[in-house]
Design a protein around this ligand. Structure first.
Ligand SMILES: C[S@@+](CC[C@H](N)C(=O)[O-])C[C@H]1O[C@@H](n2cnc3c(N)ncnc32)[C@H](O)[C@@H]1O
Length: 255
């Protein structure tokens, strides 16, 4: 991608799929082209590794957290299942929302919950709504533990943030989609990998080997799910696309 920005002529020139385009700098199109590159640069700079939520590191782009907050407030799920715990920041974030709404609990799954992380998560004042499961998210024992923690009829939101390979996410989608409630979502996070194959910390195979491809293919074979960015509850701008590390992530269950 080539970007050339001129604040005097108020123009942005960029290449998209090989063809060059010049647009008004203060336009939706320019904002989207610049944001795309900002996200790529930020990912490479580990911008997402610079935040914490109520004391725990949270490895997320803040835009994604604000957007999922909108969905959680709208859905008010009984259970939020998240694969991929790391330092526990996202679990604490979801728990803080549940506490504020006085509704919901969280199940966090990780193949390895390091002792210092477990200690800090368990000691956190918002731990009371969280259950930790250590094991691979796709292992049969893990799936039966998760299912055992969900009561019939409960509203469930699922967030997949563990191993981001196509194969693993495809398997998680197969296993966790049946736990996802109708009207709720299963979110295959971090598909931004598909746009990072040429950045210094990226990999060429990420073009197809990523969660967005897994979500796209899952929707093709499961007509009861559709890839759909949740509507913004408030929008007085002309923008309509998330600035995100989770492109094509949101699979809404229709039936
Ligand atoms: C991106 S981090 C999770 C970040 C966390 N959700 C947050 O927002 O702060 C990914 C985590 O997935 C875990 N993981 C990798 N493979 C896994 C697997 N097969 N099953 C469960 N967890 C896995 C890693 O141990 C790592 O802690």
């Amino acid at each position: 991608m080539k970007l050339s920005l001129d604040t005097e002529t108020r123009e942005l020139t960029y290449t998209n799929d090989g063809s060059e385009k010049t647009v008004e700098l203060y336009s939706k199109e320019a904002f989207e082209a610049l944001s795309r590159h900002w996200v790529r640069l930020g990912w490479n700079m580990k911008h997402l590794y610079s935040f914490s939520w109520m004391g725990r590191p949270i490895i997320q782009l803040p835009d994604d957290m604000l957007r999922i907050q909108e969905v959680i407030f709208d859905l008010k799920p009984d259970v939020i299942v998240e694969t991929g715990v790391a330092h526990g920041g996202s679990l604490i974030f979801y728990s803080s929302l549940c506490k504020a709404m006085d509704k919901g609990r969280i199940i966090g799954i990780d193949i390895e919950i390091r002792a210092h992380n477990r200690k800090a998560i368990e000691a956190h004042p918002l731990f009371d709504r969280i259950t930790l499961i250590e094991g691979s998210s796709t292992a049969p024992e893990t799936i039966s533990q998760v299912k055992g923690l969900i009561k019939p009829g409960e509203k469930v939101l699922v967030i997949l943030d563990s191993d981001h390979s196509y194969k693993h996410v495809a398997e998680e989608l197969r296993l966790y989609s049946e736990m996802t409630s109708i009207g709720s979502y299963i979110v295959a996070t971090d598909g931004i990998m598909n746009d990072l194959m040429d950045v210094p910390r990226g990999h060429a195979h990420w073009k197809e080997d990523n969660p967005t491809s897994a979500a796209r293919d899952f929707a093709k074979t499961h007509s009861n799910f559709v890839v759909e960015q949740p509507k913004w509850p408030f929008n007085e701008s002309e923008l309509d696309q998330n600035i995100t590390h989770w492109p094509g992530a949101w699979l809404r269950r229709l039936s």
